[in-house]
Design a protein around this ligand. Sequence first.
Ligand code: GLY
Length: 473
Amino acid sequence: MSGKRVFVVDAGGRGNAIAHAFAKSGSVETVFVAPGNAGSEMIEKCRLATVQGKPPKTILELLAFAKQERIDMTFVGPEGYLSDGIVNIFQEEGQRILGPKKEAAILENSKCTTKDLLKGLNVPVPPCKNFGDPAAAREYVQQFCSENPGHGLVIKADGLAAGKGSIVCSTEEEARSTIERIMVSPKLFGKAGERIEIEKRLEGRELMFFALSDGRTVQPLESALDYKQAFSADETVAVRLFNKLSNNPYLENNPNTGGMGGFSPHPWLDEELTEKIMNKIALPTVHGFHEATGHEYVGVIYFGLMISEDREPSVLEINVRLGDPETQVILPRLETDFFLLSEALLDRKLASVPLQWSRDYCLGICATSGRAIKPHSSGGGEERPGYPGDHYTNMPLTGLEKVDPAVLVYHNGTAFGQDATGKRRLFTTGGRVLTLVARGHSLAEARIKAYDNIKRIRFNGMRYRKDIGQGYV
Ligand code: GLY
């Protein structure tokens, strides 16, 4: 058998980690990545896909690349391509591609539709209601707050909003202002906010739960404890400064991000809770979705859950893909051949592949483009609050060669370019720049290695949370 050619569609750190997982398979000869980033080329067997010198980006360009390079399997990372129907289009052209079809990607693409579907399937969700009219939404908020004093609300844009479309509101005033900003002006999430879902804020602990589905069999993946908020609890001064620079009136609000790091295995997701989530949520959702719509769900399904004090799960949201940065700490622990596992998913043979995991711990820290002033040639510079707000990119990045070779560096937003002297260098291109992942026999060992190594990397404005894993070692 000649080596397989795999194509990973993803631009970020998750894509680096997926490509790395494929590259470890003895069956795989080459992994192409598009649009990819500088890190995609630093992994053995991995190459950036290019068409006439440029990365393919549109679905048709990606399809042309897959055909031209005789790709054996394509794996899609981000929700945008899935919602736009990349799987449908590739399959119509005879390509083997892994991910849910457009019809199934609605589970992430429309929060309102999904909550209605889950209610119909008796899958537990928080009390919630959908609105297309801001006046009706405001009226509901007023009534809710008078009937439930002291209870918070979560307001969600219906459509895709790059992980930023969910806003927690503690007061009626905050909720009214959020409705205004999403639905009326400045329409924070554009068309994605034409409808909103308002739900009661549940008490408990959040859990990200990942599973694989071939449409019939559903298998849980190991999970990770992730860190969503931009700042740790003791960074109150930094939070206020961030909000001041972002013109956010709620100065104490620690903003949510796509994720600032995490570690795996998850410290309190045990077998009993996993079984409960599988039986009450994952299986009824996948099978119920098929019965309700006629469409099979094939690929990764990722449930954002709230676990109550008595360990009962409720679904806050569903995503149709792997998480970023969770993937960066979960996949390095997978011992099952990722190519063969993906083949089994496509061939509806997931039941025949047992998942095996390393007992090691992986801990990842995201280095982000934080608060910075970029000097103008004339002298002054504008201060920007940093990720997840407005931030500078195109900052030279140094120190990667000093990182312990056993430590993984997955790039989220980097590219090669030339400095003023014409020398080839690495530059930042995004809010999240890279995720450094260390492993160890204990969480403490992984944590020490990760923090020791991240200090070796530098770029102007670099910021990371100092408390990943703290309190769990
Ligand atoms: N880490 C959150 C996400 O991938 O949606």
